[in-house]
Design a protein around this ligand. Structure first.
Ligand SMILES: Cc1cc2nc3c(=O)[nH]c(=O)nc-3n(C[C@H](O)[C@H](O)[C@H](O)COP(=O)(O)OP(=O)(O)OC[C@H]3O[C@@H](n4cnc5c(N)ncnc54)[C@H](O)[C@@H]3O)c2cc1C
Length: 395
């Protein structure tokens, strides 16, 4: 089929990634799910780094055959990984959410020390935004980043729902550096290496899905870091965060698509092979219509996701990218939930049974997608804000 958004190089890259995932990730996916095996996740992330694919968004660091590597390829990577294991795929989104701010905003020594290790797959990063009283409302962050009197910074606060808490080598922490500024202003982002005194991990969460991922609390009590660990200038945290969320939402579009396609294939196979009332299930109109419903939603998600990725690669940024990125994230992640749910229904008892394949796992995994990286409600807010620029929404 001709693809209107992906060119021949994109498709060739996609096929290469599919081979890699079949070879390296698929054999480990069972252990990741059954044994909650973070070490297996980490091993594949390392191979991904060695393949050079965590450098896709940094043309001057990239060494492969793609003439114009970019977010399109990072999104393809995300989609193909999520198709095999969404839990594993989360390491790609997190690695890039650390790598991009380091690439764009870190001073040379800090960039060299942390960025190279992350994109080579040797080090694991974590992004620390969310707090007990500041989830969607990132303007309410309570973490403080203050001058320490010796020219450096001291960080105090509690972060929650942090992917890779306790297993990361480097933490990018957002907090308030100017308490006198209006809410949402006066934010900064600093790099806190693992092992910093005062850094601890009070809790690890156990979720309904995404087994294999480590997500927990990060406590920072008087954590001191040198002056050059500040990303950009003090007070630029809001801008750095917005830039990070813009591309992360496109990557999440890829995650949603991967999960949706995985579910759809299971449903499609079942509709063709399961016989009920003397004929294949797929001949029943009620099933036929659900297959069609999944199919168009997946196509819509694909078009929105790769449109946003291509726009980013063409230079669209900031507020102009917020709406297409939010649309990609919203539609693809809601499509993943829809397809996982319908697949369970089409499979009947097999759909909710661990013994009969992956449908029940997809159902549990998919549910995180409309929450992480900004909820579906926040995505709608971003979309409508672009359409109603003169009206300030009552959040
Ligand atoms: C598995 C997992 C991994 C995560 N990884 C990370 C990570 O690595 N780093 C990080 O910083 N965070 C991470 N998060 C946190 C995630 O970004 C937040 O959970 C998310 O932003 C929502 O925040 P909250 O959970 O506090 O919900 P809340 O903000 O409390 O929202 C609760 C509900 O209310 C809705 N809501 C809130 N405000 C409004 C409004 N004004 N109008 C309408 N509806 C509203 C929300 O959409 C949501 O449905 C992770 C979360 C999960 C579950």
């Amino acid at each position: 089929m001709t693809h209107v958004l992906l060119d021949a190089d994109d498709r060739r890259f996609q096929a290469e990634v599919q081979d890699f995932m079949a070879r390296e990730l698929a054999p480990r996916a069972g252990a990741i799910e059954r044994e909650d095996d973070w070490e297996a996740v980490k091993a594949v992330a390392r191979l991904l780094g060695e393949a050079g694919w965590l450098r896709l968004m940094f043309p001057d660091l990239y060494r492969g055959w793609l003439a114009k590597p970019g977010l399109t390829h990072a999104t393809l990577l995300s989609e193909e990984a999520a198709r095999v294991s969404y839990a594993f795929e989360t390491t790609i989104a997190t690695a890039l959410s650390c790598a991009v701010p380091l690439y764009r905003h870190a001073l040379p020594a800090v960039r060299e020390r942390f960025l190279e290790a992350i994109v080579a797959g040797r080090a694991v990063g974590a992004i620390c935004v969310t707090e007990p009283d500041a989830g969607s409302d990132t303007a309410r962050l309570a973490t403080r980043i203050s001058r320490d009197g010796a020219g450096g910074w001291v960080v105090d606060g509690l972060k929650r729902y942090i992917s890779n808490a306790s297993v990361a080598d480097v933490y990018i922490v957002y907090g308030v550096s100017d308490p006198a500024a209006a809410p949402g202003r006066g934010l900064s982002a600093v790099v806190v290496p693992a092992g910093t005194q005062g850094l601890s991990f009070p809790r690890r969460y156990s979720f309904m899905g995404r087994r294999g991922c480590v997500v927990g609390e990060v406590a920072l009590e008087g954590c001191r870091v040198p002056a050059d660990h500040m990303l950009g200038e003090p007070g630029q945290g809001q801008r750095i965060m917005a830039g990070m969320f813009n591309f992360e939402r496109v990557i999440l579009g890829g995650s949603g698509l991967g999960v949706a396609r995985d579910a759809f294939e299971i449903a499609r196979r079942h509709a063709q092979t399961r016989v009920a009332f003397g004929e294949p299930l797929g001949r029943k109109q009620l099933i036929w219509s659900q297959i069609a419903e999944m199919s168009w939603r997946i196509d819509a998600a694909e078009l929105l996701t790769y449109r946003a990725a291509k726009q980013y690669d063409a230079g669209l940024a900031g507020k102009a990218l917020a709406k297409p990125a939010a649309m990609a994230k919203l539609v693809a992640t809601e499509t993943a939930v829809y397809c996982a749910d319908r697949t369970v229904q089409i499979l009947g008892g097999d759909g909710i049974t661990r013994e009969f394949g992956k449908a029940e796992q997809l159902y549990r995994d998919a549910r995180a997608l409309p929450i992480v990286g900004g909820t579906s409600e926040m995505a709608r807010y971003l979309i409508a804000s672009a359409d109603l620029p003169d009206i300030k929404p009552n959040l």
